[in-house]
Design a protein around this ligand. Sequence first.
Ligand SMILES: O=C(O)CCC(=O)C(=O)O
Ligand SMILES: [Fe+2]
Length: 349
Amino acid sequence: MKLRSKMGSIAVEDKQHTQLPVIDLSPFLQSSSDQERLHSAEELVKACKEIGFCFIKGHGVPQDKIQEAFAVSKKFYALPQEEKMKAPHPPGWAVHRGYSWPGLEKVSNAVSENDAKDEADKLREVQDFKESYEVGSEDNPDMPNVWPPDEVLPEWRPCMTAFYWTCWEAAQNILKALALGLGIEEKLMMEPHSGHHNQLRLLHYPPIRASELQGGKFARMPAHTDWTTITMLFQDDCGGLQVESPTQRGTFIDADPVPDTLVLNVGDLLMRWSNDYLKSTQHRVQPPPLEDRYEGEQRMTRARYSIPYFVTTDPDVTIECLRLQDGRPPQYEPITQRDYSDMRARMQY
Ligand SMILES: O=C(O)CCC(=O)C(=O)O
Ligand SMILES: [Fe+2]
């Protein structure tokens, strides 16, 4: 994976580019000094409280594993359509695994108490121009994985199952850092997460004419929040990810790729769990901001590959608002992850 070399501190004065903070987690992971660990954890919580998004460096996911996952993902998406269709996403919303072809999934922020089909159909008028593949734990009985026959791409299943657990290693450290920074007991954060209910998603946004994206016929990914506790996202060098400004609603700031970092965001469940102390922020994928990401007279955009890893609590654990230092009374009823995500999933498929 080639990443643009705009590394290091954030150029706050440079309005064209990223203004998301870069948090270094290596002191939390490596330092023997309690003070340094606490400082790193508090910086992380500050970013999650103020913006709900940040870049993390020193996250502990080995670079070669990330590169391997991107390389294998590209190989999968380069397969003929009929090969990819050998691992189709099951019909309906209840099981979110396997391959979703362009147009199948529609990302939105809608929340449904019932099967509001008309509403879901209306949302589909603008198609998401992307394809994706969802992978979970092999020991999650609620959502069995969907795999193509081995001969389609022999390395697919071993690579993606291994990467799922590599990401979980890093995710646990991020959750522990959040607990430390929030001043809550580590086990309060860790016990609801067995690691078997996360989701690894391989995303491919094929090249498309800029005019079709800009004309509103197709979208890469419309604005939405994630349903998770946290999401870790790896992105290639295409660009296009944008995050809603914490101070100006409706204004989005570019989250251009920063080498050797992952993008971390707070999901809806953690926002609710933290009693709105941490923010789950809208984000979207737009045409790439940079002109060298387009080709030819048709201004075809470059393809984008990204790999989000969604971390969620076990489905039947009840999430009750944490009582944090700010002393705010609970704003939400207790809810299980199962009830919450069922409500959201009905609108996507
Ligand atoms: O492709 C991206 O960078 C964003 C993906 C995303 O936000 C999602 O899948 O929820
Ligand atoms: Fe997202």
